[in-house]
Design a protein around this ligand. Structure first.
Ligand code: ARG
Ligand code: GLU
Length: 718
């Protein structure tokens, strides 16, 4: 009996031990070339492969199957013939560009049923990382203590240019970048091979690829089939080449095998991709400004614009189409900032950082880091009114559509016009006509005018007079308020209506003296002359101090592992499948299914209008090999899952990889309660969202009938 009791107790101790290890923070986005420092932690959490499998310059490794997609997303190669997966929202532009009223691929989806039908994309490229190297010494060659930040920049820039030029000369299609890590304490050279013949192969209809729209964006539970498929083409020698009908599918060094056996809570996950920007090591003052001043201001202004857009979009189908893309991009950051602000408040990040800074300052006494936080504090105080003025300008005056159009347009047009021959003028005229029809196609004046009046009223109320253009103060005195100003500006501007604009198009003085042009030019000039030079120069000093503060933090906590902030370079984030509790009394499980799509189905609500074919498949439960049976014996298809990987914008499209290195999903978002992870990661709330590879395959197979694509892929279970 006694022995049994002991065994039982020991058993509990062991499983509790495992349990706490599992719940340990999965914070961090690590450099693949330095993954040896993390590999034993990864392996202890379940990873079965070695560091050489992740990143190697001697043999094919997982990095050779990951690409930077189009300069802002990630993608992964999934077949020996260059087939590439990314998100639907990453391929959105390309899908849209190939769409017309006759072929609305956004609405209906697109599937190339043969190689001939795959669609080339002007301007799209993917980059494979060939290798990365620490080049700190070479970049700082010639730098001497006591140099100013401007002098240091010029040393860094000159050395970097030499290094990249040399690297790019090594082979075809090579592109190199030198990137600063830890605020310029370290520099790495990244050498990529860039392929620019990348063709669209398939995309589901938006009712799948963007299911849930902005209503569900940044949220869990989620049911978005956020994927699209491309193919990389190369010349006959597998080298990068511009588009040519003679190009052939790229033969990858490495491609992902697919695991369709599914995921469960606790399973190891690994996201391999290109996160864009994080600020994990900034001081409390920086966080306070973002979460208490900047985010709330920007959110408030965008709420006004979104409400106005919604009012008119609800009234008219045509307006809804016109503003769908604009509305999505305004809403995306708007929603993220709210989550970020709330998360930072809940975490008490500002107070926690202040407390940390106190301890740091105490420790720093008598070292080279003494006084650094006070100096940063002073700079932040100097910066704040200027940063505030810039934030308000960018989210108010700079968002007026008619003003952007007039100013950008007028400049392009008039400047070139004055220096052109007659032939060129005709050409420019055509160019102008094209730009105008693109602008007016998606322009609805009542939205723009009402938004202008609303945001400029808020601007007048919230921005101190001495941080506004004189032009604005004069205008306000003249018109009395922004609403009257809007009436006048939109009433008089030739840009307000496409027809009057066309008749006036050859009269330069009209364009230059137009109230919309005047407004944009006055604000633009004020920003360029009085705000930007100050923010630039203070930010330069802040960066310089951060270089020291970063190094100081590393010395202050020598036992801690510091990952460099994201900067659109390749990173490894590892964690595990996990649900979370968003608030008291609620627990979110980590996997969503087709049942949830049908629960949301509502033909009356645009974001939740499930395609008819999917309804039929669901009714017939005809899921093929992608179906699963849950514990109650109910047949369904897994759709999305969440995990604890530390990701950011740019990780969209990243491969979600299991312990064996096989593909289980595609990363596409984060949960709302965890969006503060760009500033502070909380293991209780931070989750990334992936579309389950089985849902992707189910759509390709059952909805699109593109079996030839599935035939190209390699499954681990076969
Ligand atoms: N939140 C995701 C990201 O930041 C998806 C954005 C696209 N989807 C949307 N509904 N706007 O990119
Ligand atoms: N949707 C984001 C992107 O396009 C990823 C979500 C995030 O910020 O984590 O990169």
């Amino acid at each position: 009996m006694a022995t049994n009791k002991f065994l039982l107790a020991a058993g509990i101790a062991v499983s509790c031990g495992l349990w706490t290890a599992e719940l340990k923070a999965d914070e961090g986005m690590w450099l693949p070339s330095l993954i040896s420092e993390r590999i034993s932690d990864m392996q202890s959490k379940g990873f079965k492969l070695s560091e050489e499998d992740i990143y190697s310059i001697n043999q094919a490794s997982l990095k050779d199957a990951v690409v930077l997609f189009g300069g802002g997303c990630t993608g992964e190669v999934i077949s020996p013939e260059g087939l590439l997966l990314t998100n639907h929202h990453c391929g959105y532009r390309q899908i849209q560009q190939h769409s017309s009223v006759e072929h609305d691929y956004l609405k209906d989806g697109f599937w190339a049923m043969s190689r001939e039908e795959e669609l080339p994309n002007d301007g799209l490229y993917v980059r494979f990382l060939e290798r990365m190297e620490d080049v700190t010494a070479a970049v700082l060659k010639g730098y001497e203590d006591g140099m100013t930040e401007i002098q240091r920049d010029s040393v860094v820039n000159a050395n970097s240019a030499m290094l990249t030029e040399k690297a790019e000369a090594e082979g075809k299609g090579l592109k190199a970048d030198v990137e600063s890590l830890y605020y310029g304490n370290q520099y790495f050279l990244f050498i990529y091979r860039e392929y620019s013949d990348v063709r669209l192969v398939g995309a589901p209809p938006s009712s799948i690829g963007k299911f849930g729209g902005d209503t569900d964006n940044w949220m869990w539970p989620r049911h978005t089939g956020d994927f699209s498929i491309f193919r990389i083409y190369a010349d006959k020698d597998n080298n990068p080449a511009p588009y040519s009908a003679d190009n052939v599918p790229y033969k990858p060094k490495k491609f992902f095998k697919i695991s369709a056996s599914g995921v469960e809570e606790g399973d190891f996950t690994f996201i391999y991709g290109f996160p864009g920007k994080t600020s994990e090591y900034i001081m409390s003052e920086g966080v306070r400004y973002i979460s208490e001043i900047s985010d709330p201001s920007k959110i408030g202004l965008r709420t006004m614009r979104l409400d106005i857009q919604k009012k008119y979009m609800d009234e008219s189908r045509a307006v809804r189409i016109q503003y769908s893309s604009k509305n999505a991009s305004v809403a995306n950051s708007w929603k993220k900032w709210q989550g970020e602000m709330k998360g930072i408040r809940r975490l008490g990040t500002v107070a926690a950082k202040q407390e940390y800074e106190k301890r740091f300052a105490e420790w720093a006494k008598g070292t080279e880091y003494e006084g650094i936080l006070d100096r940063l504090d002073t700079l932040y105080a100097q910066l704040e009114p200027y940063a505030y003025a810039a934030d308000w300008y960018n989210e108010s005056a700079a968002t007026a559509e008619i003003v952007k159009f007039a100013t950008g347009y007028m400049k392009k047009w008039t400047e070139q016009m004055f220096s052109s021959s007659t032939v060129r003028i005709e050409e420019l005229g055509r160019e102008m006509e094209k730009m105008a029809s693109a602008f007016y196609k998606d322009y609805y004046l009542p939205i723009d005018k009402e938004s202008f009046a609303a945001v400029m009223t808020a601007y007048a109320e919230n921005v101190p007079e001495n941080f506004r253009p004189e032009y604005f103060n004069d205008g306000l005195r003249k018109f009395g308020n922004a609403e009257v100003w809007a009436d006048s500006l939109f009433g008089k501007s030739v840009f307000a209506d496409s027809l009057s604009f066309r008749t006036w198009k050859d009269s330069l003085s009209v364009i230059c003296n137009d109230p919309a042009t005047e407004f944009g030019d006055a604000f633009g000039k004020w920003y360029k002359d009085t705000i930007k030079p100050v923010t630039d120069s203070i930010n330069r000093e802040i960066t310089l101090l951060y270089r020291d503060y970063m190094r100081g933090q590393m010395e202050f906590e020598p036992q801690k592992s510091f990952y460099p902030d994201a900067n659109l370079t390749l990173r490894v984030a590892y964690g595990h499948i996990a649900g979370y509790s968003p608030s008291d009394g609620i627990y979110y499980t980590p996997v969503s299914t087709l049942d949830g799509i049908m629960e949301k189905d509502n033909p009356e609500i645009f974001d939740y209008d499930v395609p008819q074919r999917l309804r039929e498949i669901y009714r017939e439960k005809d899921f093929g090999r992608w179906g699963v049976t849950d514990s109650e014996g109910n047949k369904t298809v897994p759709v999305c899952f969440i995990a604890t990987n530390h990701t950011s914008g740019g990780n969209s499209g990243s491969p979600a990889i299991n312990a064996e290195g096989n593909l289980i999903g595609i990363n596409f978002d984060r949960v709302w309660e965890g969006t503060m992870s760009d500033i502070s990661f909380d293991p209780a709330f931070c989750r990334n969202i992936c579309v389950d590879i089985r849902y992707v395959l189910f759509i390709i197979d059952r909805l699109a009938g593109a079996h030839h694509l599935i035939d190209e892929m390699v499954f681990t279970e076969e």
